[in-house]
Design a binder for this molecule. Sequence first.
Ligand SMILES: Cc1cc2nc3c(=O)[nH]c(=O)nc-3n(C[C@H](O)[C@H](O)[C@H](O)COP(=O)(O)OP(=O)(O)OC[C@H]3O[C@@H](n4cnc5c(N)ncnc54)[C@H](O)[C@@H]3O)c2cc1C
Length: 442
Amino acid sequence: MRSKKQFLTSAFAWLTIFMVLVLAPLVLAMIGHQEESRGFWVEFGVGLGFVGLAMMGLQFLLTARYSRIGAPFGLDELLQFHGQAGYIAWAFIVGHFAVLFLADSEFHKFLDPTVNFPRAVALSGVLIAVTLLIAFTHWREKFGIIYEWWRLSHGVLALFVVFVGTVHILQVSFYVSELWQQIVWVGFSLGAIGLLMHNRVWRPMQMKKRPWKVKRITEESPTIWSVEFEPVGHDGMEFKPGQFVWVTLGDTPYKLQQHPFTISSAPEKRNSLRLTIKELGDFTSEVKNLKEGETAFIEGPYGNFTLSESVATHNIFIAGGIGITPAMSILESLRERHDQREFTLIYGTPDVEHTPFREDLKVLSSELNLKVVHVYENPPEGWDGEEGFIDGGVLKRNIPEEHHQCEYFVCGPPPMMDAAESKLTEWGVSVHKVHSERFNIV
Ligand SMILES: Cc1cc2nc3c(=O)[nH]c(=O)nc-3n(C[C@H](O)[C@H](O)[C@H](O)COP(=O)(O)OP(=O)(O)OC[C@H]3O[C@@H](n4cnc5c(N)ncnc54)[C@H](O)[C@@H]3O)c2cc1C
């Protein structure tokens, strides 16, 4: 369990390490450097390039799915940071070209194909690649790019930028003249490639050794399905309730299609892992057609949207729609462990029919110290409970007066999450007591 101080300390340490790594190339370049300065703008432009490239390389680390790197943040926060860092890296790299181009006409030759054709093509390619990285991410849906193809192009384009950038630094060699400096930069580039390989080759290899098969499919609501998997030839997965996994369906784990889903069952049931999936796009709409016995590969667990983060005696879950999955895992685990901590679940859904786990929640509330507050957008006739959307009014009526002492777990559609988070902040609930998990990471 973490206190506010521990959270702030680890967040500060994390950011400090990140900044040190981003600025390290500048320090590295200065060591043993004896050449005369070429003027402020040229040196400034070169510095932008070094920092931009370091940020690009670190992006591989941020997305490498190492839980220690993610701590103390959640996946969504980490990926938001990755996104923002991407924009900054783009600005630094484009700035590197622009400043040097304007500062001294001597640098025009770098993009001039009549001087050095491969170099001009590679460096122009970097400008295009780094811009496409941003454009494809920002306008992926507008361009109609399928998620899997976007993900593949993202990795390939980023790798191209890091590789050409490193070769460029070594070729120019103005600040990297020593052998050890060159080794560091080659190591940096190989590190980025290694991280990608680890993610896309080594991890699927490990998953192949621990396959799962579909055991049962249950309709939870007209558009939500629970799929139970059982381990084949191994003893399942250890996880904390609230964590999520990446799933690949079919005979091989080496596929572009890999989707994240929160485990909705309790970890105490080692021989059965349940995912509850809402139909949304091409992959999730096919889940209902899965057949018993079909093979799946499950990578994880990931995430820190778990009760073990909480030091409160009263925890409040604010969920919308499919955002109920982590709460189900947590509640079922509390039942398995006969844990009688106080829990309130404020759960927004369109109507009774579109409320997954409605009966299970009724049973859980009789077995646990749990109050379930359903908030229906379209309530049934004669309903005297909450209705509409989860807003300040709903929250105020259902969270205790001593709301500062509670911890909050927010998961659901973005507007609901934004509304809940901003109300809690407005009421002075400390940021480290509000845990959020966003399902729409890109
Ligand atoms: C941490 C986390 C936990 C999640 N838990 C659940 C859950 O318990 N139940 C549930 O129904 N959904 C969950 N989701 C959302 C689920 O991953 C997406 O709905 C699903 O991947 C959509 O795939 P699709 O091809 O059907 O839809 P598409 O129409 O292709 O995509 C819809 C949106 O889903 C996201 N998405 C699509 N493919 C991927 C992918 N491979 N990786 C990451 N995001 C993707 C993108 O934002 C995309 O815009 C979770 C997401 C995250 C990040």
